[in-house]
Design a protein. Structure first.
Length: 103
């Protein structure tokens, strides 16, 4: 039950309200396999936001928690970092400028 902030594993791993005795665990929100589960990231974030609001957290607490988790996901992603998203730029780094890459 996502509405139970004391018992659901997600909330115990990364409580929406910080607890001094337990450091938060980095988690990230994913959509796994959108075809199988009929979901997407927007929907997953909405469900988590709604669960926190229904559990009496404030809008600002929910927003802050979601932003922290989003940042965690960005820091631990398996994609190419933003400066190297264009593979041509990545290949060209360190190459002599007289070498032209094919279009």
């Amino acid at each position: 039950n996502l509405g139970d902030l004391t018992r659901h594993p997600l909330w115990r791993l990364r409580p929406p309200r910080p607890t001094p005795d337990l450091p938060p665990v980095s988690i990230c929100i994913g959509s796994d396999d959108p075809i199988t589960f009929a979901t997407n990231l927007r929907h997953e974030y909405m469900l988590l936001h709604d669960a926190m609001i229904l559990a009496d957290l404030t809008y600002d607490e929910a927003k802050s928690w979601l932003n922290d988790v989003r940042q965690s996901g960005l820091e631990s992603r398996f994609t190419i970092p933003r400066p190297y998203q264009n593979i041509r730029d990545h290949i060209a780094i360190g190459l002599d400028t007289s070498i032209e890459l094919p279009p």
